[in-house]
Design a protein around this ligand. Sequence first.
Ligand SMILES: C[S@@+](CC[C@H](N)C(=O)[O-])C[C@H]1O[C@@H](n2cnc3c(N)ncnc32)[C@H](O)[C@@H]1O
Length: 296
Amino acid sequence: MSMAVASPTGAGAGDDPLLAALPTRREAAGDFTPRSTLPYDAQAEQLLRCRVGGSFMGLRPIERVEREVAGLWSCLGLRAGHAVLDLGCGPGLYGSRLGARGARVTGIDLAAAAVEHARAEAEAHGWPCRYLRGSYLELDAVERFDAAFLNHGMLGHLEPAEQDVLLRGLRRALRPNGRLALEVDVAPPGLAAKPPSETRQRRALAASPWSDRPHRWLERKLLFPAERQRVVHHVIAHHDGSIREHWVRLELLVPAELEQRLREHGLQPVQWLDPSLTAPPSADAPTRWVVARAQG
Ligand SMILES: C[S@@+](CC[C@H](N)C(=O)[O-])C[C@H]1O[C@@H](n2cnc3c(N)ncnc32)[C@H](O)[C@@H]1O
């Protein structure tokens, strides 16, 4: 499927020297492969160096994390001693706070530096957390958990076949009646009728999770309504003229289809929640959580 993107809108559109330097590319949803070229492992050390107050630039502010942790504790029905799987745990912002409340947390992440950070912090505080380097697409079926969660819309970053691998693994990893919470990006109502579009944001930074040197970062968000895909194109340019690019292609999920998919994997949807995890989402909420229960 190929569909041209409409005229760009947003800051600096049309005359951006960063874009002029880019190789030309036919901008169609199907052309953005592989699905993600984000260098999670290679970038983690730099991400950990970029702190803003108590938060990490590129991850969520700590106050928001704390609110979400309280919401997860409640919607996952957690108690001290429960075994919880934190999928794509990063530096353990969520897992370690759940551990501080008494949950026995296992965090899994591809990024070695993030796992080491989470491990060191949990050890220093005596929290019952263990952090493992690995992929949540290769879950160990031997262990059983009372609950699992995946945030930041990461399910939609996976190819459909990989989504099935993850859901199958989670069904095996959860105890009967164990709970799963997934934070997903959903297709807004009427999306299919919209034309393809693009927005751009440009920043000049002394340092960021992308680089420890002054650089410009152009973020292009391309929407392909017919394919229900969003592509995020990151262009990082240094003063010496070097340019790096990364791509993320994600699927905007349809709630009813996701519910069906979960049921097919023995995961019964029980609740939809807004990003704060305290109330039902509005009809047009672009991001929301679904909570499902593993069938016995
Ligand atoms: C947006 S970050 C979120 C980190 C953490 N959950 C948080 O909210 O602070 C996504 C994380 O998922 C990890 N990740 C991506 N794909 C993964 C995979 N297949 N298996 C394990 N971790 C993965 C990345 O390394 C990254 O740390």
